[in-house]
Design a protein around this ligand. Structure first.
Ligand code: DP6
Length: 334
């Protein structure tokens, strides 16, 4: 097939990925756990163009800037190497993530690109291979290959992939508090943290322990334990990031106010837990039956959106180029 399209969704980590032990292979210092969402899809089409001198990349119809285009080309180089092809490609990506929603787009973007490019260049890749490939674009993309709850294993190149996990049912409430672009990318901030934080070793060992505890909570179907670990781990990650030199502070007063409000809601008997990625916006998890009430309570702080667990990355074109949702969603990792 010389053309393929795929769709993938963002994910939000409960146990966070922060730090690489290999920046080229994108191997994390510890494993992580996330929920792939059912909202804000990225749909990407890859068309091989053997006559083209270079790859081209558009995002929502606009030619990509130099750095994102370079990341796409570097990613396609990996695919070409495996496929034994030198053909350049046109990559057109449509992202439903509002640019100012404060959600990272790289996870859905590289998960969709891995599936579409793999198919367009004729590679036969199962979910595990796709997760390993997506990882090379952006670490968190390894998890967006998988539907719903996913664990991404630390390990060597062969072992570092995401796979599905069974756990308690819950919903996420995305609370958008600040729409400005972040000043330091997660990629750069991870490096700075690793090089300068005196707490980095403690972060690595405690994250591995938190992941074990979170997976035990999943096995026990224990939403409370998973929620407590989620909030703890987010605050630890932000404490770590703030301890870099020069310090990086992603959380704003409004973010802290949201964590306070979530604590108050819990004290009042409405169970919910907060987390935040490398930015000021907060994501709250709650049992599905409480989600609307939690969102209503948080609406005074910012814009809320209730999102649920979503599918893994999906190929949208079959051999004949027809749109047909070929599921890679519930697949086992092997
Ligand atoms: C805070 O996956 O965007 O969202 O691998 O350098 O592309 P790269 O980083 P990226 O980092 C995500 C960091 C995080 C935590 C998480 O999603 O686990």
């Amino acid at each position: 097939m010389s053309e393929a399209a795929a769709r993938a969704f963002p994910n939000i980590a409960l146990v966070k990925y922060w730090g690489k032990r290999d920046t080229s292979l994108i191997l994390p210092v510890a494993g992580s756990l996330s929920l792939t969402l059912d909202t804000y899809a990225t749909t990407t089409t890859v068309r091989l163009d053997p006559d083209a001198a270079a790859d081209s990349f558009t995002l929502n119809g606009v030619p990509g800037a130099a750095i994102p285009t370079q990341r796409v080309t570097r990613f396609l180089d990996l695919v070409r190497e495996r496929a034994g092809s030198t053909a350049r490609a046109r990559v057109d990506s449509l992202s439903e993530i509002p640019t100012d929603a404060g959600l990272a787009s790289s996870a859905a973007g590289f998960a969709a690109l891995a599936v579409a490019a793999g198919a367009a260049y004729g590679l036969e890749l199962d979910a595990r291979a796709l997760s390993r490939l997506a990882r090379r674009g952006s670490g968190s993309a390894a998890r967006s290959i998988i539907a719903g709850l996913a664990v991404w294993h630390a390990g060597d190149d062969a072992q570092s992939f995401a796979e599905p996990v069974r756990g308690p049912e819950f919903t996420m409430i995305i609370l958008t508090l600040d729409r400005s672009a972040k000043r330091v990318s997660s990629r750069d901030a991870m490096v700075r943290t690793a090089h300068t934080s005196p707490f980095y070793d403690g972060w690595i060992s405690s994250t591995a322990q938190t992941l074990d505890a979170a997976l035990a909570a999943c096995r026990a179907d224990d939403f409370t334990a998973l929620g407590l670990l989620t909030e703890l781990h987010a605050l630890r990650m932000h404490a770590l990031i703030q301890s870099a030199d020069p310090p990086i502070r992603y959380l704003k007063p409004a973010s802290i106010a949201a964590f306070d409000r979530v604590e108050e809601l819990r004290a009042a008997g409405l169970e919910c837990y907060a987390t935040a990625d490398a930015g000021p916006n907060v994501v709250v998890i709650a049992r599905p039956e409480d989600a609307v009430q939690v969102a209503t309570e948080l609406a005074v702080l910012g814009e809320t959106r209730v999102v649920g667990p979503g599918p893994g990355a999906t190929l949208l074109t079959d051999e004949a180029g027809l749109t047909d949702e070929v599921g890679l969603t519930d697949g086992a990792a092997g």
